[in-house]
Design a protein around this ligand. Structure first.
Ligand SMILES: [Zn+2]
Length: 315
């Protein structure tokens, strides 16, 4: 909200100015003035601040929720490429998680899409996100600038940032799917043959925290006692990978992590590590009561996880 409002207003003013400038230029060229003004007036906006909710945090945790939005602005057609299904209640879940951290005097950074996925997919690169339609390009930029600002701020203050991209899935096995960018065969292999494999480490969303670190390993962070999945399972929310459920069985659908997770845990963001969380519906995000219960368990688990990371990372 706070610091970002300024720039949104600037964008809005700039947008209006651009429209007027375009109208003026067109009027000066060929089109009759009245027609031009009508066209300019009927243009849908490229970005509106109500399409994006951000919270400035005070801890090294940045959570984005790109698929929980319900706003379908008039005049903006649905996408004609890719998935349009929303992740129900994940925007509410992100805010409930923020509330749960208050108990610890902490606030995670939040970047929550309010615009519907049917209009733009904020977990894809720009071309796919917008189906190459320039109209939604500015919204994509605003979303990712907000993520970058939050990460920068966390790094400035704490020296690192944990990034979580929050989603919802409806697979048959009811559990949290933690995506570290490894597909099932690689996840299985890294469990069965846990010797350090630098190439495998580089493929994961944990690469930056594991760089030059002999105290942490994929094994520790996937299925160890203090792995996030293990902590969440211990707090009552089964997760894969975790100590008791180290990898999905063959044939079980499992989300490994998408564009946002790949981008923000890449070598371009050397002080960021993280994962994608795909939350199941029942008992996690289906009702206000369950969102609250899950968020309490989540805050407890992430707090403990971050203490473990801080005690064992080089950051
Ligand atoms: Zn999603």
């Amino acid at each position: 909200m706070d610091i970002t409002n300024q720039s949104y207003k600037r964008v809005k003013r700039w947008g209006l100015f651009s429209l007027l400038a375009i109208a003026f230029l067109q009027a000066g060229c060929t089109a009759p003035e009245t027609t031009t003004m009508e066209t300019a007036g009927s243009q849908p906006p490229q970005f509106d601040e109500s399409w994006l909710d951000t919270v400035q945090g005070n801890m090294p945790l940045v959570i984005s929720a790109p698929h929980g939005g319900t706003i379908k602005p008039e005049g903006i057609a649905d996408k004609d490429c890719g998935a349009k299904v929303m992740d129900n209640n994940t925007a509410d879940l992100a805010f409930e998680i923020k509330n749960a951290f208050a108990k610890y005097g902490k606030t995670p950074h939040l970047i929550v899409a309010r615009i519907a996925r049917a209009k733009i997919d904020l977990n894809r690169d720009k071309d796919v996100a917008t189906c190459e339609k320039p109209l939604m390009g500015e919204t994509w930029e605003q979303y990712h600038q907000a993520v970058e600002r939050a990460l920068e701020q966390a790094i400035d203050e704490f020296g690192y940032a944990m990034y979580i991209d929050l989603h919802g899935q409806s697979h048959p096995v009811k559990r949290l799917e933690l995506g570290y960018l490894l597909k099932t065969p690689a996840l299985t292999e890294s469990y069965e043959a846990p010797q350090t494999n630098p190439e495998r480490v580089e493929q994961t969303s944990l690469r930056n925290v594991l760089r030059d670190n002999d105290k942490l390993s994929l094994e520790t962070l996937f299925t160890g006692e203090k792995a996030l999945g293990t902590l969440l399972a211990d707090a009552g929310f089964p997760a894969v990978p975790s100590q008791s459920d180290p990898y999905p069985q063959e044939g079980e659908p499992y989300f490994t992590g998408g564009y946002n997770t790949r981008r923000y845990t890449s070598a371009d963001y050397p002080k960021v590590f993280g994962l994608q969380i795909e939350a199941n519906y029942d008992g996690v995000r289906d009702s206000e009561e369950n969102r609250e219960k899950f968020s309490a368990a989540f805050a407890l688990s992430v707090n403990e996880y971050l203490m473990f990371i801080e005690a064992n990372s080089n950051w």
